[in-house]
Design a protein. Structure first.
Length: 364
């Protein structure tokens, strides 16, 4: 109530990127205070127990994580778990620092509980991220690092550039994500093509020692014809998949919003991403671990994605609209739904609705 009635209206008076920067600064200041994370956890509330899950060889205290894009510069790995997250995905990080696209580049759609972003991988670079993460060697939850491509990198050099970033970041991440699906980088989505992606994953696997999980984040706009070949490659060359990134579709939004350039996230993406998760689970017969993201605001949304086939679920836009208690509230709601449905664990629910034709028609 405090966030919805007071803090969110105040933050929404500011430009979205300014408000985001203020939130990052406030969390960074709290992170530096002795006992700061513990204080935040006490205010937000502790997540429920009994929601542990294992995926791609890692143990997660719960299945709700923070999606990439919130903490691009890896500033907050110590404080963010206090919000209840079971894992963090930081970045996207590129090999070299880059400023991103011209402002304004982040837009709120409050009626739709959505965002459109055209950020363009603005970040301080892989070396800076590795240095910051190295200063906090002990972390409360697994940390994934999302790796992007510099805008000035020729696509023919993409394998070498992704590999160079992984070399710098390898010691600091528990898992890594190959981001070839951001719509705000010209030509990046072309790297989802089989031969291009195979070259990238081969280059990463050659230097991935000691071995850590590598996942691929895909676009929600892939056609049914593209998906089987892509999944075959990811299944043989990577450890999991993230479905999905932001969409270039405007998904029934009012026409006056159609001219805003960038990727759409939030509530309008929920059904699209859940349907994609279900397709992936069916096509791979549940053998490829899935992180589901897109439009998650409630425990019901998370439960829907888990039943569709996601082992883990991420939020970002939902955090903007529901506030700092979002993860804990989602987890409490999710725990109640699992118990009501008779599931003894999160793992038992994964994919339980993937082959249910009635479930596949229920997305919205």
């Amino acid at each position: 109530m405090l966030y919805n009635d007071f803090l969110r209206p105040l933050l929404f008076r500011w430009d979205p990127e300014t408000a985001h920067g203020a939130a990052i600064s406030a969390l960074a200041a709290l992170q530096c205070l002795p006992g700061g994370p513990q204080l935040l956890s006490a205010v937000v509330g502790r997540p429920p127990q009994g929601l542990e899950i294992k995926a791609f060889g890692l143990e997660f205290p719960n299945p709700i994580g923070l999606a990439a894009g919130f903490d691009k510069d890896c500033l907050l790995p110590k404080i963010l778990p206090a919000l209840g997250f079971g894992f963090l995905e930081l970045g996207s990080v590129t090999l070299r620092p880059q400023p991103g696209n011209p402002k304004p580049r982040l837009f709120r759609l409050p009626l739709e509980h959505a965002l459109i972003n055209h950020m363009g991988f603005n970040n301080a670079g892989a070396a800076a991220a590795a240095r910051r993460l190295g200063e906090i060697p002990r972390r409360a939850v697994p940390v994934g690092l999302n790796i992007g491509l510099n805008a000035d990198c020729p696509k023919t050099k993409a394998p070498e550039e992704y590999a160079a970033s992984l070399r710098l970041l390898h010691a600091q991440g528990d898992y890594f994500v190959v981001n070839v699906s951001c719509p705000n980088m010209t030509g990046l989505r072309d790297l989802q093509e089989r031969l291009q992606l195979q070259r990238i994953l081969t280059a990463l696997n050659l230097i991935n020692a000691p071995r850590k999980p590598i996942l691929v984040k895909i676009a929600p706009d892939l056609s049914d014809a593209q998906l089987p070949e892509l999944l075959g490659l990811v299944s043989s060359h990577a450890d999991g998949i993230i479905a999905a990134n932001t969409t270039t579709s405007r998904l029934g939004l009012s026409p006056d919003l159609g001219d805003i350039q960038g990727g759409l996230s939030g509530r309008p993406l929920r059904g699209v991403s859940t349907a994609l998760i279900r397709k992936i689970y069916r096509l791979t017969e549940g053998r490829l671990p899935i992180i589901g993201t897109g439009g998650v605001e409630t425990g019901g949304d998370a439960f829907e994605k888990i039943r569709a086939g996601a082992s883990l679920v991420q939020i970002y836009t939902g955090l903007i609209y529901r506030g700092p208690t979002a993860a804990v509230r989602i987890l409490r709601e999710l725990g109640a739904l699992l118990a009501k449905a008779g599931f003894k664990s999160v793992a038992a629910a994964v994919g339980s609705g993937a082959f249910d034709d009635a479930a596949s028609g229920g997305d919205s």
